[in-house]
Design a protein around this ligand. Structure first.
Ligand code: NAD
Length: 375
């Protein structure tokens, strides 16, 4: 099997889908990697490192033409698949809802395309889960970003010139990114509190040494739905949550929001009126900005100031940690392919009835096949 590793073409994308380490592992499976010249440059992996690991460095057209499998961080322009083998497998974060027209076009070329962000949240797929590996880094990075925009220090400092008080940091949404944001803010010395709609997170927040802020007095407050994800909450809950947030947020210096509901726009958690109650100089990082944002006025990829509060709308935030983000993404991809690798045939076999295959396969045999994209 020939595996093509292409340079990413999207703006602000510094990651790469294979590292010299995973090239070596694929070579160990009997595959051969073709790496587009310079593909790893922006993530600090040089062509020589890939070549030493067993890859052949080539140009983009050649890699696509020879590939049985094309791997990427983001999808490629469907036009490029015209030069590929019939039924080539394409595995990347394809953004099927945001770039639906591309999915239709992949189907037309006959490609077998796999949207890695649809990986089911099951134990067997944990090591293949790009959302988790990237969210963890995003949570870390969000806090660092907030700290550089904040005109004060995070830790309490007692100096001869007087005392600097600790920053108060509030994390809204305690999934993978939120947990890492809590841990990072604590390491920097902030006083941290956090909230979520899933009651299971309460213990997790407290075990990291942060204070849990929860709506307690509304019926049916459990927000955990299928697959451990959040569900949309009742209007009564939303009202109680807004009141709780209002009283808490006015005292915060830093807010990191990460709240998402699968298949729906991000829930709005901070309104313009609430922003107005915050101290000027406070900083908010909205990690949900690309999904519509948790904060009123947040714009993905932009930093705006409202009522004296800096609101950073995150966009592809892990690209700023391209080396580590690529290393984890690349291992997720390798773990996925190696789990389906048939040693005798030296190629992956994807059974139609496998939960992972059904979860991520979006086009096959000329058709769009994923249930979330049909009907
Ligand atoms: P996510 O990115 O979908 O959402 C982030 C957080 O926002 C979640 O904790 C969610 O409950 C919260 N949220 C949603 N609406 C909210 C609201 N109105 N107010 C406050 N918070 C709100 O979540 P995630 O990081 O993908 O994790 C979701 C769950 O999946 C977690 O329980 C995680 O441990 C689990 N998980 C399992 C696996 C696996 O088994 N393979 C892998 C990754 C994550």
């Amino acid at each position: 099997q020939i595996i093509a590793v292409l340079a990413e073409t999207a703006e602000h994308e510094n990651r790469v889908a294979a590292t010299p380490e995973t090239v070596k592992k694929f070579t160990g499976l009997g595959a051969h990697c073709l790496v587009e010249k310079g593909a790893g440059d922006s993530a600090a992996f040089g062509d020589d490192d890939y070549a030493e690991a067993g890859a052949t460095i080539t140009d983009r057209k050649d890699a696509i033409a020879k590939a049985d499998i094309i791997i990427g961080i983001q999808g490629i322009d469907p036009k490029e698949l015209k030069g590929a083998k019939q039924g080539v497998t394409l595995a990347a974060a394809l953004d099927p809802f945001g770039k639906r027209e591309r999915i239709d076009a992949y189907a037309e070329t006959g490609a077998h395309s796999l949207a890695l962000e649809f990986m089911p949240r099951i134990t067997r797929a944990q090591s293949m889960d790009i959302l988790s590996s990237q969210s963890n880094l995003a949570g870390y990075r969000a806090v660092l970003l907030a700290s550089t925009h904040y005109g004060r220090a995070f830790p309490m400092m007692m100096t001869a010139a007087g005392t600097v008080s600790a920053a108060k940091c509030f994390v809204m949404g305690v999934g993978v990114a939120g947990l890492q944001a809590i841990a990072t803010a604590r390491r920097l010395g902030a006083q941290v509190s956090a909230t979520d709609v899933r009651s299971a997170t309460k213990e997790q927040i407290e075990s990291l040494g942060a204070k849990a802020i929860f709506v307690e007095d509304v019926e049916g407050i459990e927000g955990e739905g299928a697959g451990g994800y959040a569900t949309e909450m009742s209007d009564e809950y939303k009202k109680a949550q807004a009141e709780l947030v209002s009283s808490h947020i006015a005292k915060q210096d830093i807010v990191i929001t990460t709240a998402l509901i699968p298949g729906r726009p991000a829930p709005k958690l901070i309104s313009d009126e609430q922003l107005a109650t915050m101290r000027p100089g406070s900083v908010i990082v909205d990690l949900a900005a690309e999904q519509g944002g948790n904060v009123d006025g947040a714009v993905a990829g932009e930093t705006v100031v409202k009522h004296g509060v800096t609101i950073i709308g995150a966009r592809n935030i892990t690209s700023a940690l391209a080396s580590d983000a690529s290393a984890l993404f690349a291992r997720n991809i390798f773990n996925f392919f190696s789990a389906f690798w048939d040693k005798e045939d030296a190629k992956p076999i994807f059974p139609d009835d496998d939960e992972i295959v059904q979860g991520i396969r979006v086009t096959h045999d000329g058709k769009v096949v994923h249930e979330r994209l049909l009907g």
